[in-house]
Design a binder for this molecule. Structure first.
Ligand SMILES: Nc1ncnc2c1ncn2[C@@H]1O[C@H](COP(=O)(O)OP(=O)(O)OP(=O)(O)O)[C@@H](O)[C@H]1O
Ligand SMILES: [Mg+2]
Length: 452
């Protein structure tokens, strides 16, 4: 989990789906499992509560799952040594599905599985995640910093942002694509004393190697062909603020020493210009690559790496914090719906579980993209598993069957892509030819001209 938590996580349950949607996100800690005693789960116990007390300092009220379809006879969770948990149930009283597979009497949940989080569906009604929770998750007073989620891993990230933001030190953000590195970089800026200054980001993967020095440090007038005027460069433009060096692993070796000098001495020179300039900025670096390995292979300077790695923040991949997925989904859907001027759909039964059990190699960005496409394709106030299924994993090979909602979905997709039929086909997960056929069939030629 990268950044160490102040307190070790304990096993616990988080509600991913409940017929009373208000209860999604409620949680309960099961410290007895860590202490060698059993925990019981039924309609009547244990009590779940929201991660943050409703009022600061006010105690949260704990409520059992209470759903009448759940059995009053508890499912037993027993510590099984080396961090594993044994689940014992009577499936004739209450069917339980673990990670998509029905449990017959007993199921052993290994430590690694627990670490990732295991989705339990109870009586086809309520979905909970059994996972490791931070006992003091989201303590009152820890700001969200624009980050949705209250898994132990994300609370760690928020703690680090709170600790490092005011310090004016360089920070290195590590994490897979779409995990929120840029979001955290902005949060570090916004919570720092430089918040009034600019926040700039340069993606070093997008800068040709021969231009990188001029882009970063600026260029004196006449420094090279085409440089009729002096150019300030990012280090100058970000003065008083924060500069995100995105994809730092792509920075040419030849100028890594100059970046190190900015970090150590706060000085730099423009390309072709002799005057030494003062760098008044905070640097945040981000990468999804294994920089340490690049150092070993001689592709990244060790001194720069070690200077940057003093204050690292590790962004956990989404699959390691499945309990954040339903909360994120609701948050992202609200934003997407607002942009499309559509009502925000609800998550139907089974949808949260489906979302939480995906691997999400593209992390939060991928989740947002899938939800956006699902919202455009869905016809109704709910997002059902069937709306998402074709968008997950391999793209759907079979075009969806014609239905009353099809015309509307086609029309919305065409409006979304401003009439670009190839993109509309991609959005709907059907072939271009199938799209042309359907456009003709539904008489949608010319959309989006006629929006009515
Ligand atoms: N915890 C979160 N809460 C809300 N939104 C999030 C969260 N994490 C990421 N996002 C959103 O997901 C999208 C991707 O995040 P971001 O651009 O910060 O990722 P990244 O790590 O910089 O990805 P890449 O390596 O591909 O550049 C953004 O729209 C961001 O706002
Ligand atoms: Mg980014």
């Amino acid at each position: 989990m990268g950044v160490s938590a102040a307190t070790p996580p304990v096993p616990g349950l988080t509600i991913l789906f409940h017929p009373d949607l208000e209860r999604v996100g409620e949680r309960v800690l099961l410290p007895q499992l860590g202490a060698g005693r059993e925990a019981r789960l039924s309609r009547k116990e244990p009590g779940f509560s929201p991660p943050q007390p409703p009022s600061p300092g006010g105690a949260a009220t704990a409520r059992p799952l209470a759903d009448p379809y759940l059995s009053r006879v508890p499912v037993r969770l027993l510590p099984a040594g080396t961090g594993a948990i044994r689940l014992l149930c009577d499936e004739t009283r209450m069917p339980i599905v673990v990670g998509g597979v029905p449990v017959a009497g007993e199921r052993l949940i290994g430590a690694a599985e627990l670490e990732r989080g295991v989705v339990l569906m109870l009586a086809h009604r309520v979905v909970v995640l059994l996972h490791l929770l931070d006992p003091v998750a989201a303590p009152a007073g820890l700001p969200a910093f624009g980050m949705i989620g209250d898994s132990a891993a994300l609370v760690d990230v928020r703690r680090e942002v709170q600790r490092l933001a005011p310090l004016d030190v360089a920070v290195m953000l590590r994490g897979e694509t779409g995990t929120g590195k840029e979001l955290v970089a902005r949060a570090l800026h916004d919570a720092s004393r430089r918040a009034g200054g600019p926040f700039l980001a340069i993606n070093l993967a997008a800068v040709p190697a021969q231009l990188a020095a001029a882009e970063l440090f600026g260029a004196a007038r006449g420094a090279f062909t085409g440089a009729e005027r002096a150019r300030p460069g990012y280090f100058g433009l970000a003065a008083g603020g924060t500069l995100l060096l995105d994809e730092i692993g792509e920075i040419p070796l030849a100028i890594q020493g100059k970046v190190l000098r900015v970090l150590e001495e706060h000085t730099f020179e423009r390309v072709g210009g002799g005057r030494t300039l003062h760098a008044d900025l905070r640097l945040v670096a981000a990468t999804n690559r294994d920089l340490q390995r690049m150092v070993e292979e001689g592709r990244f300077r060790g001194d720069l790496y070690f200077r940057l790695a003093v204050f690292p923040i590790e962004l956990p991949p989404l699959r390691e914090r499945a309990s954040d997925v339903p909360l994120l989904a609701r948050h992202l859907l609200a934003g997407i719906a607002r942009r499309h001027q559509l009502p925000a759909p609800r998550l139907a039964e089974g949808t949260a579980e489906l979302l939480a059990s995906q691997a999400w190699p593209g992390n939060v960005r991928e989740l947002a993209n899938v939800l956006e496409r699902a919202l455009i394709l869905a016809d109704g106030p709910e997002l059902r598993p069937a709306d998402l299924q074709p968008l997950l994993g391999a793209p759907a090979a079979v075009p969806p069957p014609a239905s009353a909602g099809e015309r509307d979905r086609l029309r919305r997709a065409l409006i979304e892509v401003a009439g670009d039929k190839r993109r509309a086909a991609g959005l709907l997960g059907i072939s271009y030819r199938a799209l042309l056929r359907k456009v003709k069939e539904h008489d949608l030629e010319g959309v989006p001209r006629y929006r009515g």
